[in-house]
Each structure stands twice: as structure tokens, then as C-alpha cells.
Design a protein around this ligand. Structure first.
Ligand code: GLC
Length: 795
């Protein structure tokens, strides 16, 4: 990174604009208001249900001195001026041309009360405010840096600079930093403690994580009014729980949203959709959701149907529903500027769209050609937008897929797709405090997703609703699940999905997945098989493929690939009781469904930045195969007892003196990937269903995996899988424990199992010696299950 030596240095910051506060639940907050205003306290990043309950009181004394509004950064100045003067500008904020030379502000080094007594420096940079935090501890331990949401690269984000700036980046090559999501939160992790640092702004933020200097974290914020939140916790799980308490948690999804989902750009006409549905059922590949991409619309006009392709959408959707499929439709924010199109004309009338500083409508370009962009930071626009969903809900659509909501705008350069978003100098209503759009850029998708959630509340109050989004800012998880956009059918992207999803989960958004099989270009059978096998264990599980690619359905790659897809999608369905339990925990505590090894094994020195495998919950270790032509791969197993998911073999991994485990070779023929069940856990699962609407055989199965002492423990949550009965206590949450001879259950909450679909309980205990699995069995899930002596605990 270039250090600049130039003229833009200004006198030190006006100290009076910086105030430290503290909350009873352990947060420190540095409130920065540099624009002469006082912060209203409004922040769309914070969970509105919990934020008002948190009381803040002044912490450290505010240092004296200061020289007033001079502290504006040049860029912020410019953005504000532009809004009032009507000057157009569209800097490319992806370009790393910033100067990061800090102007230390005397007295503003703040000691962090953590395991490592770092200090926080606050200063002014050319374009914003600079925070400066050492990445070293007195004992010289390595500080890992995780979080930052959806980024390329490794689990540990050190050594690079990352920008928070949502844009439609179509090629996720390793050097790319700005993708579709902005999560300005980092966890500075050591085995002894975690420091969480969150910048509450929807403007651009740069994180130089040890690039300029290896042991320094420099955070540059292009905003003049933001809060910096800091806290220390003893562990990463506690840190993530605290962070999600601040920024919110996912709503409990309907069970069907955890099933397999098939998408394509685009399935049309109706006959093609029905054909795909039929094929899933004929081939016995479980599936719950089919997607309609942009071709279902009339000339890409949102909230319309192309009636030549889909003559009677409600009849088609109902027909699919009868076969156990839900339909999810895409919705883009760009509204075609066609005066005969009611969405546009009503939007114009309601002043619902983003304008240029002079008040003139901003017209960009997206799929329908010229398009206007709703200003979702205006409550009336959100209401207006929510109402249009009636056209989709009337047809029976079950979920909404919000795409292009960075927002994508092809005006910049249609070929290179450079700077593919709307200009910074548009005016955003900002809930009644108008600002340049650049200041709230990363909030755009949250506003859209919020309007979609409101539409569900309005039109489908009995349903939990399902919203999928490409873009989002902090707090997006309160409204939508995330898919990570336009990846490629490359082995590199199969590899990259693991650290990317892990960091999205740590950044507060556990409901995350990517286009299985790869979106752009063509997968071959081997890549498709490996990808489906790994993606089956990711929180959101959808296959998708771009226009002009070959067919990418489970049967499109020949009989062997079909068999592999059937197997892994089947395992996904059999594990739904476990997955659902994990999602319920995520909705209550923010816990990631997909976890890095260090989440469960923080004292193991060999897992700290490992993302060549991951954990689904605490029980299952998944080791994706990430290159062609291999039939085995090495897998690192932390110390303890593990069971090979396929052979049933018990693997005792001794603890090394430094606390580490061992590398084993996992067998990985094309129809398997290495999977290990962790000793000491109990895995709830069930018989195969073709979709979640089937009741199944009514048997809840528990797979008991004893640890070295012969014990095991597992939690379980169940409810109706849809609707809000669970809010009235109609659920069962509790734990099972195994002491070597018998199973004990303990109900922790919820009294009623009346909505649960299981009528009996069966248990199986993992074999204690190698190779005891029944040769007929496919996996540990097929161990013969005996009826338990216990009846269902909720019966
Ligand atoms: C965008 C989306 C992709 C979708 C396409 C057409 O590229 O990321 O998923 O298929 O637009 O709507």
C-alpha cells in the first residue's frame, strides 16, 4: 500500500466529538459525530428489539481540546456538498488509492481491557477516520482476524486490505475484495480471548489487516457519523453471541427452506418447470423448492408475469405445491421506466425512487434497460414496495429471492461491469435525514429485504416467510438468508466457499450458502459431484446455473453423478432434525450452523486458521474434496474419538503434548467425501423423505457416538416446522445424554410436543471397534436402530 506524503493533513481531531460509552452487557462504544450534528442513535444495523433496551453511560473521560468542524474529511465533505450543490461524481471506491497515513490524536489511545492490552488509536486520514489497533499480544501469540462477512481468501483475513462496499462483482477472483455484502466486524482471536470490533456505518469502510504493517489493523471509515463498538470475550462463541445480540439474529426459518432447492437462469416456460419437478420425483431426488429467475416476468418488469410463458401462474404453483414443491421468485429493485407500467408510474407518483441531488429521477440500467431504483430508506417506499408482492403471493409464491440489490447498475461499463452500482451523490431519504447515497450505500439491500419481510407479515401472517438476498449490510440476517452470488464452476470456488461461509456465519449471518455446482460456466460430472456432496452440509443448499450453461440438474451429468446427488441430498434430508435444531439455536443465540474447527477446539494449535474442513454444528466434520482426480485426502482430526461416517470405524486420536490431534487419510472415491462423527455427541436424524411436506415414518432416530469414557450428549429442538405455534410454546427443546448404558432426556423449555411429527424414538450406538458397520449399510445413519426403552419425552 502506498503511503502518501501530501498536503491534506489537517489539525488534530476535535476531541469533543468523540465520546466513549459503556453498556452494562460489556460493550464499549466510541460515538463519532464529526459533522456538527448529534447522532440520532438510529442505526439500521442494530436489532430494534434489543437495541433500545441497552443503556449506555459515559465511560472514559473525554479528552479536552478540539477545533470544530474542520475534522470533516475531504471526501465526506465532498459527498455532503454534492448532495446540496447538484454536482455529479462517482469515484470508484474499489480502487485502493487511499492514503493511510495516520495523524495520531493525542490522548486518544484507548487501552483495551482484554487478554492483550492493545490500544485503539483514532486519527484522521485523507478520506475519513482511521482507527489503529495493534495485532500483537505481549506474549507474542498470533492474533487471528476473522469476520468481515462475505470475502474471498482465507478464514484468517490477515495480510490483505478489505473494503466494505456492496457491488455487483461478477468474477470472484482472489484479488477481489468488494463483493455483495458489507459486514464491518472483526474478531481478534487468540486462544485466551476474543476482541470484537464493529463499525456501525453503512458507508465505505476499509480494513487493512496487517497489509501495510504486519502487526497493525488499520480501519478507515468514510463517514462522519458512526459508532465503533468494542468488547472482549473469553471465547469466539461468546463473542459471536454478543455480537448477534447487538445486530440481531435470524428468524426461525420454515423447515422447507432447509431442504434442497433447485434454480436456473431461467426455467421457462411452465412446461419446463413442471418437467424439472416431475424428474425430481421420478428420480427420487429429494427437493423442496424450485426457483423462477427473471424470465417469468413480462420484459423484466418486477411484479409482473409473462403470461405467454406462464399462462396461469396460480394453477402452476398450486400444481407444484401438490407435489411438495414451493416456488420462489426473483425480485430485482430496478423498475423499468415505462410510464404504462403501474409499478413505475405509481412509484413516480409516490416519489419512491432515488433522485439526483437536484431532485431529478436517477435512471440507471439493469435487465429491463432503463430503470429507476426505489429509495428503501424512505418508509413510504418500503410500504409501497411491500404491497406489490401481492401479485406474487396471489399466485401462491412461497418465498422471495431479492437479487441485484447492491444495487447493481450497468451504467458504469456494461462490458467490464466496473463500479457496477449507482452513483454516491444520489440523495437518500435516510428515514427523514437526507444524505448522499454513498453514506448509506451498504444499507440499500437491508431496506429492500425489510420491505419484503413486511410483505410477508402483511399477506402471509400465518407463515414464517422466506427471503433470500444477494446483498446486505450489518443486520441483514434479521430479514433474509444470504447466497453468495455469481460464483463460477471452478474448483477454486468450491474451495473458497468454506472460508467464505464460515466468516459470513461468524459475522452474524448463519443462514448462508452458495450456488452449488457453480453459477457461471459449465461444471463437469466430477466437479458437480464433489460440490453437491460438500454443499449438502452448508446452511443454505441450492443449485443454480447461469444462462447459456449446460443443464445442471442432478440427472444432467450421467447416472453416477445422479446417484451421488441422490445420496448426499438424501443425507441432508435425513439430518434435518439435527439441522433444524442448529437453526433454532442460531435464531436464539446467533450460533453459526457451519463452524470453523477452532469454534469447538480453541486450544488445538493446529486448527486456528484451518478451513479445509468444517463442522456442521458440533458433531459432524465435513472434509470437501477440492481438486479433481483424487480418491483420498488428508483430514486433520483434533484429539478425541471420531467415527468414520461411511465405514463406522472408530478413530482414537491421542492428544499431543501441545494439545493437537492428528492427520488421517480419508477415503474419498467419487461418490463420497470424508465425513466424521465426533465422539461424545448424539446426532438426531430420521428416515428419508422426498420433501419436507411428507410426514415420514414418525421415528426420531438418535445416533449415539460415545467418547473415550463411553458418554455422549446432544440437544434437540422440534416444532411444527412452519407457522408461529412455537411462539406459544408448541415446541420441545431439550437434551439427550448417554452414560454408556442408558439414555436420559431432559426438557429444557417448551412443554408441548403436539406439533412434532415423530411418534417414537429409536437409538443406535456407534460401533466400538473398527469396521463393525453392517455391510448393507451406506453410512452410520443406517446402523440398526433399536426402539428405545424411553418413550418420546414429549409424548
Ligand atoms: C444475477 C444473479 C443470478 C441470476 C441472474 C439473473 O447474476 O446473481 O443468480 O440468475 O442475475 O437474474
Amino acid at each position: 500500500m502506498q503511503q502518501r506524503q501530501d498536503h491534506w493533513f489537517r489539525p488534530a481531531a476535535p476531541h469533543s466529538d468523540l465520546a466513549w460509552q459503556q453498556s452494562a452487557d460489556g460493550w464499549l462504544r466510541l460515538a463519532v459525530t464529526l459533522d456538527g450534528t448529534t447522532r440520532s442513535g438510529r442505526s439500521s444495523a442494530l436489532d430494534p428489539d434489543t437495541a433500545p433496551m441497552r443503556e449506555w453511560y459515559d465511560a472514559a473521560p473525554v479528552p479536552p481540546g478540539g477545533s470544530g468542524p474542520e475534522f470533516f474529511s475531504d471526501r465526506i465533505h465532498r459527498l455532503n456538498d454534492l448532495a446540496t450543490q447538484g454536482v455529479a461524481a462517482n469515484d470508484n471506491p474499489h480502487e485502493d488509492t487511499r492514503g493511510l497515513e495516520a495523524v495520531p490524536v493525542e490522548g486518544l489511545r484507548y487501552g483495551l481491557p482484554s487478554g492483550f492490552p492493545a490500544t485503539l488509536g483514532v486519527s484522521r486520514s485523507r478520506d475519513g477516520i482511521l482507527l489503529d489497533i495493534p495485532l500483537s499480544t505481549p506474549r507474542g501469540e498470533a492474533v487471528r482476524v476473522m469476520g468481515l462477512g462475505e470475502k474471498t481468501g482465507s478464514l484468517d483475513k490477515r495480510g490483505r486490505t478489505w473494503v466494505m462496499w456492496n457491488c455487483d462483482e461478477p468474477v470472484h477472483s482472489p484479488e477481489k475484495s468488494a463483493l455483495y455484502q458489507a459486514h464491518p466486524v472483526v474478531y481478534l482471536w487468540t486462544p485466551g480471548g476474543t476482541v470484537t470490533l464493529f463499525i456501525d456505518t453503512m458507508a465505505t469502510v476499509w480494513f487493512d489487516v496487517g497489509e501495510a504493517e504486519p502487526d497493525r489493523l488499520l480501519i478507515e471509515i468514510y463517514d462522519n457519523r458512526f459508532d465503533c463498538y468494542l468488547r472482549t470475550d473469553e471465547s469466539l462463541p461468546e463473542a459471536v453471541e454478543s455480537y448477534s445480540a447487538l445486530t440481531g439474529r435470524i428468524p426461525l426459518p420454515p423447515e422447507w427452506a432447509l431442504g434442497f432447492q433447485q434454480c436456473r437462469y431461467s426455467y421457462f416456460p411452465e412446461e419446463r418447470v413442471l418437467e424439472v419437478a416431475q424428474k425430481f420425483r421420478e428420480e427420487r431426488v429429494p427437493c423442496d423448492v424450485l426457483y423462477l429467475d427473471i424470465h417469468y416476468m413480462d420484459g423484466y418488469r418486477v411484479f409482473t408475469w409473462d403470461h405467454r410463458r406462464f399462462p396461469e401462474p396460480d394453477r402452476m404453483v398450486q400444481g407444484l405445491r401438490d407435489q411438495g414443491f414451493r416456488v420462489v421468485t426473483i425480485v430485482d429493485p430496478g423498475v423499468k421506466t415505462d410510464v404504462d407500467y403501474p409499478v413505475f408510474s405509481s412509484g413516480l407518483e409516490k416519489q419512491a425512487f432515488l433522485t439526483r441531488p437536484g431532485g431529478e429521477l436517477y435512471v440507471g440500467k439493469v435487465w429491463p434497460g432503463d430503470a429507476a431504483f426505489p429509495d428503501f430508506s424512505r418508509p413510504a417506499t418500503r410500504e409501497w414496495w411491500a404491497r406489490w408482492h401481492k401479485t406474487l403471493f396471489d399466485a401462491g409464491v412461497a418465498g422471495i429471492w431479492n437479487d441485484m440489490n447492491e444495487p447493481a447498475d450497468f451504467t458504469g461499463d456494461e462490458v467490464l461491469r466496473v463500479n457496477f452500482t449507482v452513483p454516491d451523490d444520489l440523495v437518500a431519504h435516510n428515514e427523514g435525514e437526507p444524505v448522499s447515497f454513498g453514506r448509506v450505500h451498504n444499507e440499500y439491500a437491508n431496506g429492500m429485504n425489510r420491505a419484503t419481510r413486511d410483505a410477508f407479515l402483511q399477506y402471509r401472517p400465518e407463515e414464517r416467510g422466506f427471503v433470500l438476498t444477494r446483498s446486505g449490510g450489518t443486520g441483514v440476517q434479521r430479514y433474509a438468508a444470504i447466497w453468495t452470488g455469481d460464483n463460477h464452476s471452478w474448483w477454486e470456488h468450491l474451495t473458497m466457499m468454506v472460508p467464505m461461509f464460515l466468516n459470513v456465519g461468524l459475522s452474524g449471518a448463519p443462514f448462508v450458502g452458495g450456488d452449488a455446482g457453480g453459477f457461471q460456466l459449465n461444471a463437469d460430472a466430477e466437479l458437480y459431484r464433489r460440490w453437491i456432496a460438500a454443499a449438502a452440509f452448508t446452511p443454505f443448499f441450492r443449485a443454480h446455473s447461469a444462462l447459456d450453461t449446460r443443464d445442471h440438474e442432478p440427472w444432467s451429468f450421467g447416472p453416477e453423478a445422479l446417484e451421488t446427488a441422490r445420496r448426499f441430498i438424501g443425507i441432508r434430508y435425513r439430518l434435518l432434525p439435527y439441522l433444524y435444531t442448529l437453526f433454532e439455536e442460531a435464531s436464539r443465540r446467533g450460533t453459526p450452523v457451519m463452524r470453523p474447527l477452532l469454534w469447538e477446539f480453541p486450544q488445538d494449535p493446529r486448527v486456528a486458521s484451518r478451513a479445509d474442513s468444517f463442522l456442521l454444528g458440533n458433531a459432524l466434520l465435513v472434509a470437501p474434496v477440492r481438486e479433481p482426480g483424487v480418491q483420498e485426502r488428508s483430514v486433520y482430526l483434533p484429539a478425541g474419538v471420531w467415527y468414520d461416517f461411511w465405514s463406522g470405524e472408530r478413530i482414537d486420536v491421542p492428544r499431543q503434548p501441545d494439545g493437537s490431534g492428528a492427520v488421517v487419510v480419508g477415503n474419498a472415491p467419487l461418490d463420497r467425501i470424508p465425513l466424521y462423527l465426533r465422539g461424545g455427541t448424539i446426532l438426531p436424524h430420521e428416515g428419508l423423505r422426498q420433501h419436507t411436506g411428507e410426514t415420514g415414518d414418525g421415528v426420531l432416530r438418535l445416533l449415539i457416538a460415545p467418547d473415550a469414557e463411553g458418554r455422549a450428549q446432544g440437544t434437540f429442538y422440534g416444532d411444527a416446522g412452519e407457522g408461529f405455534g412455537y411462539c406459544a410454546g408448541r415446541f420441545w427443546r431439550g437434551s439427550f445424554s448417554w452414560d454408556g448404558s442408558g439414555l436420559r432426556t431432559e426438557s429444557r423449555a417448551g412443554e408441548s410436543g403436539e406439533d412434532l411429527r415423530w411418534t417414537s424414538l429409536a437409538t443406535a450406538v456407534c460401533p466400538g471397534t473398527s469396521g463393525e458397520l453392517n455391510p448393507e449399510a451406506e453410512s452410520l445413519l443406517d446402523l440398526p436402530h433399536g426402539e428405545s426403552r424411553l418413550s418420546l419425552p414429549w409424548a
